[in-house]
Design a protein around this ligand. Structure first.
Ligand SMILES: Cc1ncc(COP(=O)(O)O)c(C=O)c1O
Length: 431
């Protein structure tokens, strides 16, 4: 018997419908049956359970799809091949043989866990090698690695600032920076997104002795690039410090992927604190801070995540270290990434979709309202395409969207399939 005839033939429509990810939890029970006085008797829990249960019942819940193998332009989900359009794997390094090899070697040599926090017994020589490589990459004196980018942001703000200081955020800064501010109980002011003139006005009015401006190299939801030279001029005029979150910029911006300072040709030392993630263009996990040596040494003793959370595991540390070398040795990946991003963005614009201010591999498709985003994701799913719906609190309700990410691993046929799917489901969602 041929293999094809051995597998059960299923109705193609049945195959493509997003599956129930909750084991039938909401089939017979609805969210509003949550008993009063229970742990879930809060406005936030009620709102989420309503959205999730209704979404699951209506078949528009496409979050948490369990991938059956590595990430890439094509992935296996529920036994089916899908086109993945929302991966952070910008340089297509997930599955890179050399990187995987180093991760496997690290497991053989150091084991699967570190058995400690960085400050005590969790530091391996690998961590130090990675930190030296990051410092070299960012042209700083020292870098310090944390077990996630989220924790790196939280560590920096909460260890360095307090109620007498001021943090001035671009209004689109990531949640991890905001949570760091909450932890620090530091006053926060926001300036209009990517608007140095407004930053100038906010600083003129509110700056304190110790004020830090926080921006992102590439904004994670909109995919536009920070005008760093203008921001640097403004913060210098007011004597403020500057922190740049490069979660999405490392490996992507700059001729050699060094990030924002290379992209704009400004000295790295203009930025007091660089932050980055090891889970996006770098196919591992973890995060880092980089800057002056004494600043990093302080953060290694004065920030809670370095002392109270387990060290980054050896496989991720080794993978990140090797990925930095690959970013250097395989520059064509960045060329392909830019070409793919331009093709995807341009194609969507030609089809009439609103891609906002995207100027990077992150390409939003903005629709009006939460349900519109969830339904668009579901319609694409039915076409065999996975695209993440982004809804509040990550973005305002009226700017709910799909967030697409181009990667260097995409081939022409993937982008063609993506655009054909959008053309098929477009309807009234075009601008
Ligand atoms: C701008 C930004 N900063 C920080 C983070 C947190 O990084 P990590 O995923 O490594 O925790 C993210 C994650 O997506 C992000 O988009």
């Amino acid at each position: 018997m041929r293999a094809a005839t051995m597998t059960r033939q299923r109705d193609p429509e049945e195959l493509r419908v997003p599956r129930d990810r909750f084991g039938g939890l909401f089939r017979d029970k609805s969210w509003h049956e949550t008993p009063a006085g229970s742990l879930l008797d809060t406005p936030a829990a009620r709102a989420w359970l309503k959205l999730v249960s209704e979404g699951a019942r209506a078949g528009i819940y496409t979050h948490q799809p369990p991938l059956e193998g590595r990430s890439g332009p094509r992935v296996e989900v529920d036994g089916h091949s899908m086109l993945l359009l929302s991966s952070y794997d910008y340089l297509g390094l997930v599955g890179h043989r050399g990187i995987e090899q180093k991760a496997v070697e690290a497991v053989r040599r150091y084991g699967t866990g570190t058995g400690g926090v960085r400050l005590l017994t969790g530091t391996k020589e690998l961590h130090r090698e990675l930190e030296a490589a990051i410092a070299g990459f960012k042209d700083t004196e020292r870098a310090t690695v944390f077990s996630s980018g989220y924790l790196a942001n939280e560590a920096a703000i909460s260890a360095l600032f307090g109620p007498r200081d001021l943090v001035v955020l671009d209004e689109l800064c990531h949640r991890s920076v905001i949570d760091g501010c909450r932890l620090a109980r530091v006053p926060v002011r926001r300036f209009r997104h990517n608007d140095p003139e407004h930053l100038d006005a906010v600083l003129a009015r509110h700056a304190r002795d110790r004020t830090i401006v926080v921006v992102e190299g590439i904004y994670s939801m909109d995919g536009d690039v920070c005008p760093l030279p203008d921001i640097v001029n403004v913060k210098n005029r007011h004597g403020a410090f500057l922190m740049v979150d490069e979660a999405h910029a490392l490996g992507v911006l700059g001729r050699r992927g060094r990030g924002s300072h290379e992209e704009f040709g400004i000295p790295s030392s203009e930025v007091d604190l660089w932050m980055g993630s090891l889970s996006k263009a770098i196919p591992a996990s973890g995060g880092y801070l980089a800057g002056r040596g004494d600043l990093m040494v302080y953060l290694e003793h004065g920030s809670a995540p370095f002392m109270f959370s387990a060290a980054l595991c050896p496989s991720a540390t080794a993978a990140a270290l090797e990925a930095l070398a690959v970013i250097d040795s395989e520059p064509l990946r960045r060329v392909r990434l830019r070409r793919n991003a331009d093709q995807l963005r341009g194609g969507l614009q030609d089809l009439g979709f609103d891609t906002g201010k995207s100027a990077s591999p992150i390409v939003p498709v903005i629709v009006n309202g939460v349900h519109a985003a969830l339904e668009l994701a579901r319609d694409l799913w039915l076409e065999g395409v996975m695209a993440s719906a982004i809804i509040p609190p990550a973005v305002p309700r009226s700017e709910s969207r799909l967030r697409l990410c181009a990667t260097a691993a995409m081939r022409d046929e993937h982008i063609e399939q993506a655009l054909a799917a959008f053309a098929a489901v477009g309807g009234t969602r075009r601008t």
